[in-house]
Structure formats: C-alpha cells, structure tokens
Design a binder for this molecule. Structure first.
Ligand SMILES: NC(=O)c1ccc[n+]([C@@H]2O[C@H](COP(=O)([O-])OP(=O)(O)OC[C@H]3O[C@@H](n4cnc5c(N)ncnc54)[C@H](O)[C@@H]3O)[C@@H](O)[C@H]2O)c1
Length: 243
C-alpha cells in the first residue's frame, strides 16, 4: 500500500464497492464511503467506527461530491486514494435507448467519475501523491449488442483514465482502470438469464468473474507492486477479450 491511507470509494454500498471498502479497511485505510444508500454498510460502520465514514453523496452532483470530500478530509485527512465504482447498466437496443437511459448511464458512469476526480485531484496535488482507480468494464473494451449507452460510458471512462494519467503524471498521481467481466453482484444476478448465459459463453475460463477478482486487481494497483502503473486498464476477464 502507499503511505497514504485515506481513501474515498464511490458506490461503496454496492456489490463491488462494499467488498472494496472492506478490503481497504482491512489494509489499514480510513475510508470515506460515498453512496446514495448505505443500507448494506451499516454493520461494517459499526465494526469500524474510527475508520469508515458513510457519506451520502450523489456522484452526479458536483456540489454533493465537494461537500462529501470536505467532510472526509476534515475527519480523516487528505484523501490520496480514490476508487470510482458507482455505476450501473441497462440492456437496450438503440431504438429503445431512451434519452433517460442514455443520460443515466453517461451521468452516473462517466460524468460521476470525472466529477469525483476533479474534486479530489487538487487535494492529491497538495499532498504530492495520489492513486486513482476507475471501474470501467470489459464491455467498454469489447462491446456487446444492446449496450450502446453502457459501452459508450465505459469506453469514456477508459479515455478519461488515459488522458488524466498523462496530465497527472508530473504530480505523481497514478490513474488506472479496472475492467471486470460479468461478476454476479446482486444487481447483475438479477439480469435476464439469456444475457448472463451469453456473457458466460464468451469467457474461455468458463466462469463469471468474482468480486475478489476485481478487488484484488484494485488492491494491486494501490500496492507498492502497482506503483509503476498509470494509464493502464487491467481486465480480470478469464480470457474474454485479448487486446
Ligand atoms: N458486476 C459486474 O458484472 C460489473 C462488471 C464490470 C464493471 N462493473 C462496474 O462496477 C461498478 C459496480 O458494479 P456493481 O455490480 O457492484 O453494482 P451495484 O449496483 O451493486 O453497486 C453500485 C452502487 O452505486 C451506487 N450508486 C448509484 N447511483 C449513485 C449515485 N448517483 N451516487 C453515488 N452512488 C450511487 C448504488 O447505490 C450502489 O450501491 C459499476 O460501475 C459497474 O459498471 C460491474
């Protein structure tokens, strides 16, 4: 792990966010967990009263993010780790992709990532270090039919990651992305069976990703061993998609 031990995790109460938050706490981080609903994190906060701060933050709102970052900074100190996980998906062919669906996916998945980076980076710069990990998706690299909105948003996260990595390298701030293959979090487990079967059929290892596959990749990027990585997209995908 880096010297810095204050992290912000967005989507902290969701499947991948919850597991990432716990992993960071177990690795000695103090964590500001951003989410619009913290229901699943209540017991974790009780176990870690001095190191987990549950922040009601809507990552589509710059104002909400800034207030959350300020509260975490005041309580724990400067956040020099940011893990952008908040995001969602919709399955819809182009003509059924309403503007509402498009706006939801772009605002939450892409703009939310941008806004959180923009809020935290000035503090990382002052601290002289930082690590940012953005959750994109294998779907942002190897798109699927009926994923116009999601694939666009997650390909956007890849572009954002690479551009920001170049911009922030002189400030010793690393920016990388993790692109998991389908992972059966509660949300994804509820998707139609035909969709899950289709994704599984494309994974040479013959299994879905696990939450641990993603969390371990995030932890690697935050570790000393990951310190020479920036602008990279690491994809735990069982062989689906070989760039
Ligand atoms: N599970 C997968 O198969 C998979 C694969 C590739 C990428 N991903 C990406 O990983 C991330 C997490 O996926 P997941 O399966 O854990 O989803 P999830 O739905 O379990 O978690 C998402 C979390 O984001 C929160 N959230 C929603 N809107 C928010 C907002 N406006 N502000 C703050 N928080 C908000 C939700 O409350 C939820 O807790 C997403 O970005 C997703 O695209 C997931």
């Amino acid at each position: 792990m880096t010297d810095s031990k204050v992290a912000i995790v967005t989507g902290a109460a969701g499947g991948l966010g919850h597991a990432t938050t716990i992993a960071l706490l177990e690795n000695g981080y103090r964590v500001g967990g951003f989410d619009v609903n913290h229901a699943t994190l209540g017991p974790v906060a009780e176990e870690h009263p001095d190191s987990l701060s549950l922040e009601l933050v809507d990552v589509t709102s710059a104002e909400s993010i800034e207030a959350g970052v300020a509260r975490v900074t005041e309580r724990f100190g400067t956040p020099t780790t940011l893990v952008n996980i908040a995001g969602t998906n919709r399955i819809a062919p182009l003509t059924e992709t309403t503007e509402e669906i498009w706006d939801l996916l772009i605002d939450l998945n892409l703009k939310g990532t941008f806004l959180c980076c923009r809020a935290v980076v000035p503090r990382m710069r002052e601290a002289g270090q930082g690590r940012i990990v953005n959750l994109t998706s294998n779907m942002g690299l190897r798109p699927e039919a009926q994923q116009v909105g999601y694939a666009s948003s997650k390909a956007g996260v890849v572009g954002l990651t690479r551009a920001l990595a170049l911009e922030l390298a002189p400030d010793h701030i690393a920016v990388n992305a993790v692109a998991p293959v389908m992972t059966l979090t509660e949300r994804v487990a509820g998707l139609p069976q035909w969709w899950k079967d289709l994704q599984l059929s494309k994974i040479p290892f013959g299994r879905y990703g696990t939450v641990e596959d993603t969390v371990n990749t995030v932890l690697f990027l935050l570790s000393e061993g990951g310190s020479f990585y920036t602008g990279q997209v690491l994809s735990p995908n069982g062989g689906d998609n070989m760039p």
